[in-house]
Ligand binder design. Structure first.
Ligand code: ADP
Ligand code: ZN
Ligand code: ZN
Length: 735
């Protein structure tokens, strides 16, 4: 027999190896093997078996890794699809479906010494009183880890060894599973009685297995309870479930809700957790619990979509609009989209949940691909918080220095809340480099004439550029708005750090804490700060989008958005959508307790649709308006996009390569008459880590056929040695 093997070194090719007689029966599709390749020994994965090979003098497989094949045939199929669709090498796709922790050659189980009593118990009489006590502890436990025994009885290894010498007990190594949540006290929960809306949603989900649903429900509407009960149904049918949550909301509380429901009761199963904060060993053990079928529920971040749950009944993607579901390195997959593909292939039900659905998903509802389920009310019947939009242009005209950070209204509101001993969250989404050219006097923002997108200010060249179409102009020194002409037009940039400084001066008695990626130095800082905030040690929490997500603090009654415009004028066709989502999410943080909440939004663009629709909590209205813009300019979700980026240290070479690439793409276009080729244009962040980047964006109604051709074209393309091309299908990050 011959095995076809994908090697872990990037070769975009498979190789045939002989299955030697001693390994017969142990090699199947998905088995990981060790083989020699040239002079090296490499690991690989068997992707097919055959009777014979067209090559002769095949080398034998040297070793089988692990007791069980690691990649199930279904996950292997999914990896193949991913390689095809996302234009990546099959070995890269295959690698990403297995966590590093289980790809090691040596098995990663932890062995520990365990103590057991030997049958008989002859010779107990000869023990001292202390030894007898210890013996009884072992006897009660049947089998106990040596370390645990020492801790329980306060004895030493030496003493225990004495019992072993008398043949009363046995000390032997045994696999001991790591449990990352071993120290959490989890109180079991029972299913809640659903309200009418939840019950309707659940019934609809349960009615038809293998369907796709968008569960659109405001924060606090009880989506998670619907997930839990839908999972229970899958378990009753003997199937498992995968729950995806964004990494940042994968908090112990989230995990606990799932464990608490399924740790006991008739449907009892293990809940495995997969995310990057686990140790390698923990990840190894969690993954194998799934592979062995002991854990039927998996909860995890992006890559948990590849968990070997079998049979799979249900996939839940919570906060489906989150950008973190997109992997920003090869394979550049979007876990939500992979979830839908996997659901389709395995006839599993897929539920996408969000309070602010992505335009893509809502569009799929309109097209009849997904069924819409709505939970428009909060479970506790609380009103959505009142949102006040403050026009900062007016605030500006009151003073004579640059735009103020805080309006009087916001300052008063903070003051008032502090006096009531309530808490405040201040939010500023300040992304590092992405700044726009804006006039503080009239709110003017320089926009591209072809794309109705804001232009990006390139400091080096003192130019404004559109990276979608390449349009460029000199950066003006005065506001181009004829009625204004203010010389103050400038580069807009304020960070959370500055907000923190100013707050400390304005409210010297308040405890102010900042939470953004700069402030988080150690692994547990995030948890620690949130813990302090929950316990009331912090009065005002300042942060970036990190604090916008799924947190629940009953004492927060005021949420202030310092500048709602920061994300609005980015050179990104999704800028409005992101701003709408962010404002809605942040606003959801206010008033989750007994006191009514209030949201203050400071902005220079008070009439912008993203801000106005968010103020009225009107997703539908926003959707209609935004879709009109997307349709006119043929942006996703009306089309699919691919972003081709060339990067290299020499700008001329990169530019030249981009022109060359464009000519190749134009040849392709004869087969795709609808294809839009925009660019090449310098990336908004032209130079990143000393690399120059130029981009071409493609848009087309359907992507599958094109992406296959792109992969072939990229493979045949000759580029200078030091220029590389990346292809990003359905890009999320355009920078
Ligand atoms: P979401 O996931 O939509 O934000 P959750 O499922 O977290 O909402 O629900 C918010 C709160 O309401 C939780 O504390 C939850 O326990 C509670 N809850 C949900 N459904 C019900 C119900 N049917 N009856 C009572 N309480 C509920
Ligand atoms: Zn102006
Ligand atoms: Zn443009």
């Amino acid at each position: 027999m011959v095995a076809r093997v994908t090697l872990e070194i990037a070769l975009r090719k498979e190789f045939d190896y002989l299955i030697p007689p001693e390994l017969a029966g142990r090699v199947e599709v998905g088995t990981r093997v060790k083989v020699s390749f040239g002079r090296r020994l490499v690991l690989g994965c068997v992707t097919a078996l055959a009777e014979s090979s067209k090559h002769d003098a095949l080398k034998p497989i040297l070793k089988v890794i692990g007791a069980q094949s690691l990649v199930t045939p279904r996950v292997l199929e999914l990896a193949r699809w991913m390689a095809d669709y996302y234009c990546c090498a099959p070995e890269t796709a295959l690698k990403s479906v297995l966590p590093d922790a289980v790809r090691k050659e040596k098995e990663g189980w932890r062995e520990r010494l365990f103590v057991r009593v030997r049958s008989g118990g002859d010779g107990i009489d000869s023990l001292t009183k202390r030894q007898t006590e210890i013996y009884h502890v072992i006897e009660e436990n049947r089998s106990i880890a040596l370390q645990e025994l020492l801790r329980l009885t306060g004895t030493t290894t030496q003493t225990v060894r004495k019992l072993e010498d008398k043949n009363l007990i046995e000390i032997a190594p045994q696999i001991s599973e790591r449990d990352p949540y071993a120290n959490e006290q989890i109180v079991p929960t029972k299913p809640l009685t659903l309200n009418t809306e939840q019950a309707t949603a659940l019934e609809t989900i349960n009615a038809e297995s293998g369907d796709f649903f968008l569960l659109y429900g405001v924060t606090g509407s009880g989506k998670t309870e619907v997930y839990l009960q839908a999972i229970a149904r899958a378990l009753e049918e003997g199937k498992g479930a995968i729950v995806l949550v964004p990494e940042i909301s994968l908090t112990p509380q989230t995990v606990e809700r799932f464990k608490a429901r399924f740790n006991s009761g008739p449907l009892q199963t293990l809940v495995a957790v997969l995310h990057s904060h686990l140790s390698t060993g923990e990840r190894h053990d969690e993954w194998h619990k799934i592979r062995q079928g002991r854990a039927k529920i998996v909860i995890g971040a992006r890559s948990a979509i590849f968990a070997p749950v079998e049979p799979l009944g249900l996939i839940i993607v919570d906060e489906e609009h989150e950008n973190s579901y997109k992997q920003e390195e090869s394979p550049r997959y979007h876990a939500r989209d992979v979830a839908v593909v996997r659901g389709q292939r395995e006839n599993a039900t897929v539920v996408l949940g969000s309070a602010t659905p992505s335009l893509e998903s809502y569009h799929n509802v309109r097209r009849g691909k997904y069924t819409l389920l709505e939970l428009p009310h909060r479970v506790d019947d609380k009103q959505m918080p009142l949102v006040r939009v403050l026009d900062m242009r007016v605030e500006k005209s009151k003073g004579d220095k640059g735009p103020p950070i805080f309006s009087q209204r916001l300052k008063d509101a903070i003051h008032h809340r502090l006096e009531q001993n309530e808490q405040v969250i201040l939010f500023l989404n300040r992304r590092g480099f992405a700044t726009s050219m804006q006039c503080p006097d009239c709110g003017f923002v320089a926009e591209c004439p072809n794309c109705s997108l804001s232009l990006t200010y390139h400091r080096r060249e003192q130019a404004l550029r559109c990276h979608i179409c390449g349009h460029g102009s000199r950066a003006p020194r005065r506001c181009p708005n004829e009625k204004c002409g203010s010389p103050k037009i400038r580069f807009h940039g304020l960070g959370t750090q500055k907000v923190e400084d100013v707050l400390c001066k304005l409210f010297p008695k308040a405890n102010v804490c900042r939470m953004d990626s700069d402030a988080l130095k150690r692994k547990d800082d995030y948890r620690r700060i949130l813990g302090d905030f929950k316990r009331g040690k912090i009065d005002i929490l300042v942060g970036t989008q990190m604090i916008a997500k799924g947190l629940h603090f009953p004492r927060v009654t005021l949420v202030g958005i310092v500048y709602a415009d920061t994300g609005l004028h980015l050179a990104d066709f999704r800028a409005g959508e992101r701003t709408f989502q962010l404002l809605t999410q942040v606003a959801g943080r206010a008033g989750r307790g007994d006191v009514e909440g209030e949201v203050v939004v400071q902005t220079f663009s008070p009439v912008h649709p993203a801000i106005q629709f968010a103020r009225r909590h009107d997703f539908e209205g926003f959707f209609e308006a935004e879709m009109e813009f997307r349709e006119q300019l043929r942006y996703p979700p009306f089309t699919r996009a691919a972003l081709l980026t060339l990067r290299g240290r020499n700008e001329d070479k990169v530019k030249f390569s981009a022109d060359h690439l464009k000519r190749e793409l134009e040849k392709l276009a004869t087969d795709f008459p609808e294809l839009i080729i925009a660019g090449p244009a310098p990336a908004p962040l032209l130079r990143a880590e000393n690399f120059y980047r130029y981009q071409i964006m493609l848009r087309l109604g359907q992507m599958s056929a094109l992406s296959r051709r792109l992969a072939a074209m990229a493979a045949a393309l000759t580029l200078p040695d030091d220029v590389t091309l990346t292809i990003d299908i359905d890009p999320v990050n355009l920078f």
